[in-house]
Design a protein around this ligand. Structure first.
Ligand code: MG
Length: 382
């Protein structure tokens, strides 16, 4: 039996045991969440596989793709529903099968209150190793649920000033100069561009962008450079081109070369692939200027909040990023964005089948919605 087929069968077994719950989101014709963990008076977790469609084929140093698998979750307590999401780009190693397998093991019936967040999320974290995106889908749903019960958005619960949200960057993938120029024109509403580099046409890419705009750029190499001398020369050239920082220039394994580059580069060097979760600080401390925090890498809002505080304690810069995601996970991450120096929260803008609405962008700046929890509602419902 194929793994995909087995996954569907597993869901069917679980669903037939627990009964289906139905959810209609906007105009989309889906539907059945697989019900799990179900005392009717306790915490009930449901999840459903979904496929995001990207507006443009997305190319970075490691390859191209036009879809991203996600798992959408619901956590219900006393008729209040919190929403969550796991986004699983291939490089993270998770997929519908692994997330379904993980979530089928999550039994929240032992917890009497969603306010036991520390106990609940420690249990989820320790259930099995890895599975950070799947864990994030529970963490986000729990935060949404608790915020809704408290009738407050999380930025307020954390005491954050919504006026301090940064501008979000808009991502331009690796492409031919004419396509890059078109994408730059489409990105007119954004104040900062994130340009993907690392496939050998870096200067051509930047020159194409600069032929259209002089707005600030950050660049993400996705480990694509291999030589530290070349990386240093490029960092000087990029500074002259108005670039503000360089993300993951070389392999995360090249710690010594990256530490040398960080010491000598005129631009901050930000870790992305090199830091997934809290334990990875030991790999980046002293080697990078800052970190890119993503909910899908670290397991959700609880871990992301701790990572931001740790980075600050170590004198590091903070960027908050995302994968291609619906407005669910993007709006969750945006709740933390007043704590970040830079934000790259455009994942929901890159897809054409979002099922939620939440955070919006006005004149390039992140606007946190005045809604409780993570600030989202289903498309077509308010
Ligand atoms: Mg990156």
């Amino acid at each position: 039996m194929s793994s995909r087929r087995k996954f569907i069968t597993d869901c069917g077994v679980l669903a037939s045991g627990a009964g289906f719950s139905y959810l209609t989101i906007g105009q989309n014709n889906w539907s059945e969440f697989n019900k799990r963990s179900g005392k009717s008076s306790g915490l009930t977790l449901r999840y459903k596989a979904y496929q995001l469609h990207l507006k443009h084929v997305f190319t970075l140093a490691s390859g191209s793709r036009s879809t991203t698998p996600v798992m959408l979750t619901e956590l219900e307590f006393e008729n209040i529903i919190g929403y969550g999401e796991a986004s699983m780009p291939p490089y993270l190693g998770e997929n519908h099968e692994t997330a379904g397998s993980f979530l089928s093991k999550v039994d929240l019936t032992q917890f009497e209150s969603p306010f036991l967040m520390e106990d609940i999320l420690t249990y989820v974290d320790q259930l099995v190793p890895g599975n950070y995106a799947a864990k994030a889908s529970v963490d986000i749903a729990l935060h949404d649920l608790v915020g809704k019960i408290m009738k407050q958005p999380w930025y307020k619960i954390w005491g954050l000033n919504p006026d301090r949200t940064p501008n979000t960057s808009f991502t331009i993938g690796i492409d031919k100069p004419e396509v890059v120029k078109t994408k730059v024109r489409e990105a007119a509403p954004y104040k900062i561009l994130k340009v993907k580099l690392g496939q050998g046409n870096d200067k051509e890419m930047i020159e194409a962008v600069r032929s259209e705009t002089d707005k600030p750029i950050c660049v993400d190499i996705n480990q694509g450079w291999t030589d530290r001398i070349m990386a240093l020369e490029m960092s000087h050239w990029l500074k002259d081109q108005g670039v503000v920082f360089i993300e993951q220039p070389m392999s995360k394994a090249s710690v010594d070369d990256i530490a040398w580059l960080t010491q000598n580069s005129p631009l901050p060097i930000i870790a992305d692939e090199a830091i997934q979760t809290i334990i990875d600080f030991r790999n980046v401390q002293g080697a990078y200027s800052g970190i890119n925090v993503k909910l899908m890498k670290c397991g959700g809002l609880r871990a992301a909040y701790i990572m931001i505080k740790m980075a600050r304690a170590l004198g590091m810069k903070v960027m908050i990023g995302c994968m291609t995601e619906t407005s669910c996970a993007v709006s969750a991450a945006a709740q933390l964005s007043p704590l970040a120096d830079w934000a790259d929260l455009d994942g929901n803008l890159l897809i054409d089948n979002d099922v939620f609405e939440g955070v919006t962008i006005s004149d390039g700046k992140i606007i946190l919605p005045d809604r409780p929890g993570i600030g989202i509602s289903q498309r077509g419902k308010r």
